[in-house]
Design a protein around this ligand. Sequence first.
Ligand SMILES: [Zn+2]
Length: 202
Amino acid sequence: MNEHGRVIRFAENEQPAENMATEHYVSKYLETALRADAFDMNNEQKIDVIATHFREILHTLGLDPRNRPSITLFENKYRYNQMLVEKNISFYSNCEHHFVPFMGKLHVGYFSSGKVIGLSKIHRVVKYYANRPQVQERLTVQISKELQEILETKDVAVLIDAAHLCVASRGVNDSDSRTVTACYDGRFQNEETKSNFLSLIK
Ligand SMILES: [Zn+2]
C-alpha cells in the first residue's frame, strides 16, 4: 500500500515504476542544487543577471503602453446620475517584492460626468495594470487615476481586497489575512457617499 492508501501490485520480477521515477527526480534535484558552476559568479554578476531578466519580465508582462486598452466613451443617454458600482472584479497580479502572486476582488464606483464606458472596459483597465509586477497600493492608485482620466471625473472609488501568497507561503505563513486598500476621490470623500459605496460592495 502506498502513502495514499492505494494498493499497488507488481508482477514477480517487475520493478516499481514509481520508485524509479522518484529516484530520477531526486538525482535531478541534486544535480541542479550542486551545479558545478554554481559559485562561479560573484554577487554583483548574479544581481546583474537577475536585474536583466527582471527588466525583460516587467516589460513582457505589461509595461508596454501599446497594450493599454483603448476606451470609447458613450453619452449617458439614460440620464442615470446615481453611483454606478462594478464589484467583485477578479484579478491576479504579482508582488514585485517577492515575485509571487497576489489576487482577490476589486470594486469600482463612479458618478458619470455625462459620459459612460462599457462595463467590461473597467475589467480591461484592471487587467492591464494587474498584469505587471505590482504592489497593491500602487495598483489601487493607478486604476483610480486611469478611470478618472477616462471618465473625465474625479468621482471615482476603487477598493481592493486581496490575499498575498508571499504572506501565506513565506515568513509569517498566514494564509487567512487579507490586505485592503482603497482610493476615494471627488464625491467619494464625502463620508455618506463613501459608506453608501461600502454598503453596496458588501
Ligand atoms: Zn510580497
